[in-house]
Design a protein around this ligand. Structure first.
Ligand code: NI
Length: 161
């Protein structure tokens, strides 16, 4: 595995709609493994392929280290419900944090690294993380949804809650 360089805003690839994955091959497996390692190394809870310079609909999410990576290929949101307000950051925007209002619950259909379809239902912070990464694959960045930016000082207070 390898740590990949993370693409930072305002690189154009972050603002483009990604292509669907059609080959579920060794190259894809390698990309997923490297993305996971890169995300863990960067202390992130999710990473999308455009953030490592690959314009493909591939994302990994793991909100708690060691809980098992969720790999999303060609994800599609099937259902959204409720609302939540919470703080988000993004590995492509170092030291930038803001409050984003998102649905509380989500149901997603995606493919795994072998190409098999699966569905995942999530709520609260996991739903937020999944939706943030799925947005990346459409070229949508969290900054377009921030209702209020948060200072580092305020962020620490959030962490203590
Ligand atoms: Ni992000």
């Amino acid at each position: 595995m390898a740590i990949l360089p993370i693409v930072l805003f305002p690189e154009k690839i972050l603002q483009q709609k990604c292509d669907k994955v059609t080959s579920f091959d060794k190259k894809l497996a390698k990309l997923l493994n490297n993305m996971y390692e890169t995300m863990v190394e960067a202390d992130g809870v999710g990473l999308a392929a455009p953030q490592v310079g690959v314009k493909k609909q591939v994302a990994v999410v793991e909100i708690e280290e060691g809980s098992g990576a969720i790999e999303l290929i060609n994800p599609e949101v099937l259902e959204l419900e409720g609302e939540q307000t919470g703080v988000e950051g993004c590995l492509s925007f170092p030291s930038l944090y803001g409050e984003v209002i998102r649905p509380y619950r989500v149901k997603v259909r995606a493919q795994d690294r072998k190409g098999s379809y699966f569905e995942i239902e999530a709520e609260d912070f996991l739903a937020r993380a999944l939706l943030h990464e799925i947005d990346h694959l459409q070229g949508v960045l969290f900054t377009s949804k921030v209702s209020r930016y948060i200072s580092e000082e305020e962020l620490e207070r959030y962490g203590e809650e």
